[in-house]
Design a protein around this ligand. Structure first.
Ligand code: NAD
Length: 493
């Protein structure tokens, strides 16, 4: 039964009552409370926003059971009907965009403008996949021997477990849920426990849009290891789609191997941002601010290493310092804020260690670098100059508002240093010479490359990485294929 949920409104985004979304685990269309609770903290104020339910292994397996019960009817539903439900999810997300953005901003800390951008991006996955749901076509060919026809159909994989990070609480979930539902799969979502409220608010919205009970289940837990392992060991689960760190991804790949569960992995990044001497300086600076500062640097696609050719280096460094210095830092929920806090105190400490290591190895602090006193997990916009190749932050994700600049001389050198990483998610290239840009793009080892742009993400494009940044693609036509198995039928007419 579809229940119309109350429409939460608040006079000011900061007044949103977050506790209304902590109704329990969402299993089979019902809210299930647990004795144990997980506190959700506002990173801007360190105040507890709400406490959500804390799933045990038994709860998670009940969610798998609910997904299993809902599966036959969902996969049998005509694609047009699935499509229309997904379309309605898109429309409701757009209608509730302000409320969802406020919720994301409160639990994640990101600037309200970034949160609005995330809601728009997240909603698009429903619109795109509503269109995909009715365009899933197989193939028919003749066997080379001429003896029979080769018919290839696509079947939903089955129950999918979806594990998502805290940095895009809405988009990382909808980027998985929308194609899974379009393909005819039912799902159990395990969102990050730092930002679970958005996942639960969206669960309510899916139900209102007509998603049947049990098709989407949401469980939060303080024990992601055992809970996810139990679901992966359940033979009813056939798909794992994970977005998060490379370390946890490796662990889950090993666990999934036990039951040979199909895996999609969207993992960490270490994006190079290469600026050639002939680049349009203002465009490169605009792009750098987007690539570095969207979500205050807490993005897998965030520019991590800036390689700037020596002829433009000083002007680029001065321009970047001016722009970073002009940013307004504050609570994400304040509409004037451009750079919100980090997710946790631990994240601030990690960034501090990376910056200290870089300066110990000779980098100069061109701007920022000092953690402010007071409440909230803030790290200031920071620019480091002449960072050495062996600094830790050149090899691991900074995940914060720190731009590390290095000089280079030749194109070959830029490509060599850009590829000197185990990661391969996104890369950025600035040059006025498109031939050079495309030539460099061909030699860069990454799944996504932006030329003269600071943003790559697009629901209509295949998002994903090479090397240890992941397996598989989300978005575009590839997104829905990830939840389908080709089924080959040899047929004699
Ligand atoms: P994380 O790997 O710590 O956590 C991601 C998810 O995995 C969370 O839901 C968490 O609860 C769960 N998890 C943690 N330990 C687990 C375990 N032992 N077993 C099962 N599940 C476990 O990552 P994070 O800190 O939440 O997110 C940041 C990371 O995500 C960064 O590395 C970032 O680059 C990456 N990321 C990648 C993409 C992409 O599309 N490639 C997008 C966003 C974030």
């Amino acid at each position: 039964m579809n229940v119309i949920s109350p429409r939460p409104v608040a006079a000011h985004p900061a007044d949103l009552d977050c506790a209304q979304f902590a109704k329990g685990l969402f299993i089979g269309g019902e809210w299930r409370q647990t004795a144990a609770r997980i506190a959700v903290v506002d990173p801007s104020t360190e105040r507890v926003l709400a406490e959500v339910a804390d799933a045990s292994v038994e709860d998670a397996l009940a969610a798998v059971e609910a997904a299993e019960r809902a599966a036959p009817a969902w996969r049998a539903k005509p694609p047009r009907e699935r499509s229309e439900i997904l379309r309605r999810c898109f429309e409701l997300m757009v209608e509730r965009a302000d409320m969802l953005a406020a919720l994301i901003s409160l639990e994640n800390g990101k600037a309200l403008s970034d949160a609005k951008g995330e809601v728009a991006y997240a909603a698009e996955f429903f619109r795109w996949n509503a269109e995909e749901a009715v365009r899933i076509a197989g193939d028919l060919g003749t066997a080379p021997s001429g003896a029979n026809r080769i018919l290839v159909d696509y079947a939903p994989m089955g129950i999918a477990v979806l594990v998502t990070p805290w940095n895009f609480p809405a988009a990382m979930a909808t980027r998985k849920i929308a194609p899974a539902l379009a393909a005819g799969c039912t799902v159990v979502l395990k969102p990050a426990s730092e930002t679970p409220l958005t996942a639960y608010a969206l669960a309510d919205l899916y139900r209102e849009a007509g998603v049947p009970d049990g098709v989407v289940n949401v469980v939060t837990t303080s024990a992601p290891g055992p809970v996810t392992a139990a679901m992966l060991d359940d033979p009813r689960v056939r798909k794992l789609s994970f977005t998060g760190s490379t370390g946890v991804g490796r662990l889950l790949l090993a666990q999934a191997a036990r039951s040979v569960v199909s895996c999609a992995m969207e993992l960490g990044g270490n994006a190079p941002f290469i600026v050639f001497d002939d680049a349009d300086l203002e465009a490169a600076l605009d792009g750098a601010m987007v690539a570095k500062m969207r979500n205050a640097g807490e993005a897998c696609t965030a520019a991590n290493r800036f390689y700037v050719q020596s002829g433009i280096y000083d002007r680029f460094a001065a321009g970047l310092v001016a722009r970073m210095a002009a940013l307004r830092v504050g609570p994400g929920i304040d509409p004037a804020t451009q750079c919100g806090p980090m997710i946790t105190r631990k994240a601030v400490e990690k960034i501090g260690r990376l910056v200290a290591d870089a300066t110990d190895r000779g980098a100069s602090v061109l701007h920022g670098g000092t953690v402010p006193a007071g409440e909230g997990y803030f790290y200031p916009p920071t620019v480091l100059g002449d960072v050495s190749a062996d600094a830790m932050l050149m090899h691991e994700e900074i995940f914060g508002p720190v731009a590390a600049l290095c000089r280079f001389e030749t194109e070959d050198e830029a490509i060599r240093v850009a590829n000197d990483t185990e990661y391969g998610l996104a890369s950025y290239i600035y040059t006025r010479d498109l031939k050079r840009g495309l030539g460099v793009a061909a030699r860069i080892e990454s799944g996504m490359i932006a030329i003269n742009r600071g943003l790559v993400s697009d629901p209509a494009a295949p998002f994903g990485g090479v090397k240890q940044s992941g397996l598989g693609r989300e978005g575009g036509h590839h997104g829905v294929l990830d939840y389908l198995e080709p089924k080959y039928i040899a047929v004699s007419f």
